[in-house]
Design a protein around this ligand. Structure first.
Ligand code: SAM
Length: 274
């Protein structure tokens, strides 16, 4: 009989957040698949558990996933963990879950620490409807395109971000959504220096230009005001771009600004001004 795959969330900072069920699952699994075995070994030492570990991370997941699946099909139970938080959420795991599901293996996800949910719940912004955007690309062009595609989004948006990219991201967000858009920057969640900065894009950028950000961040961004979103037609936006061009702005920049104000795609506006 086939074994099972358990997705085991681990603390995102505070070791006290490991649940009794997670501990028990790790203790009972035949082996643990870990993103970084050194990080997981520390956790296992803290829990006073000894278990065989195999490595499963972004760059070996194709080869390692097949071996893990074979062991599960042969009857073993695997607990999958990432370095912190919930496996498969901006972390390795998605492919292994799919492989297991396709092979008819039961997958059990244990609820627990997850940075996106922790940040959203503490953000002070609407939580009823939200979209999780994960990490933005490190490439400027794709990052901007990603943000521009969200200009008309009315739901709260959640992003993961590394501290060294935070300032550039805030500046790009300000260009895409306007400087006054509200944002909650959730920093070092569950850790000693946990902090939630509820501010605007403009003020956030100002703050981190003066003092570079440190620690781990989740960005929770207010959605567009629903009434404002559908007000512009493409003709309106093209006329706005033309008027900006008449004031001396290059076509590309005029289209970008009109796109920002209207929430319509930059390329469509650009083309409409030709
Ligand atoms: N799978 C994990 C989860 O569900 O929480 C997320 C892993 S992702 C590789 C790591 C990102 O999560 C960090 O860059 C940061 O954006 C966010 N993150 C993780 N722990 C955090 C914490 N304690 N405080 C704030 N953000 C955190």
């Amino acid at each position: 009989m086939a074994g099972m795959l358990y997705l085991v969330p681990t603390p995102i900072g505070n070791l006290g957040d490991i649940s009794a069920r997670c501990r028990e699952t790790l203790a009972q699994a035949d082996f643990i698949a870990a993103e970084d075995t050194r990080v997981t070994l520390k956790l296992l030492n803290h829990l006073e558990l000894k278990k065989p570990l195999v490595s499963y991370y972004e760059h070996n997941k194709a080869a390692s996933g097949g071996k893990i699946l074979d062991r599960i099909l042969a009857g073993e139970t695997c607990a999958l963990v990432s370095d912190a938080g919930s496996p498969a959420i901006s972390d390795p795991g998605e492919d292994l879950v799919r492989q297991c599901a396709e092979a008819g293996v039961t997958v059990c996800a244990i609820p627990g620490p997850c940075a996106v949910i922790t940040a959203l719940s503490i953000s002070g912004l609407p939580t009823g409807r939200f979209t999780f955007e994960g990490f933005l690309s490190t490439a400027k062009k794709s990052r901007r395109e990603h943000l521009e595609s969200l200009q008309a989004e009315t739901r709260t948006m959640v992003f993961y971000e590394a501290p060294h990219k935070l300032l550039a991201t805030l500046e790009d967000m300000s260009a895409a959504f306007g400087p006054g858009r509200r944002i909650s920057l959730c920093r070092e969640l569950t850790k000693l220096h946990e902090e939630v900065i509820r501010t605007t894009l403009e003020e956030a950028a100002l703050r981190f230009r003066e003092a570079p950000p440190k620690g781990e961040f989740v960005l929770v961004l207010e959605g567009a005001t629903p009434a404002a979103a559908p007000a512009w037609t493409l003709e309106d936006a093209a006329a706005r771009a033309q008027s900006l061009m008449a004031q001396g702005l290059p076509r590309k920049e005029a289209a970008r600004q009109a796109a920002q104000e209207s929430g319509l795609p930059k390329k469509a506006i650009y083309d409409a001004t030709l």
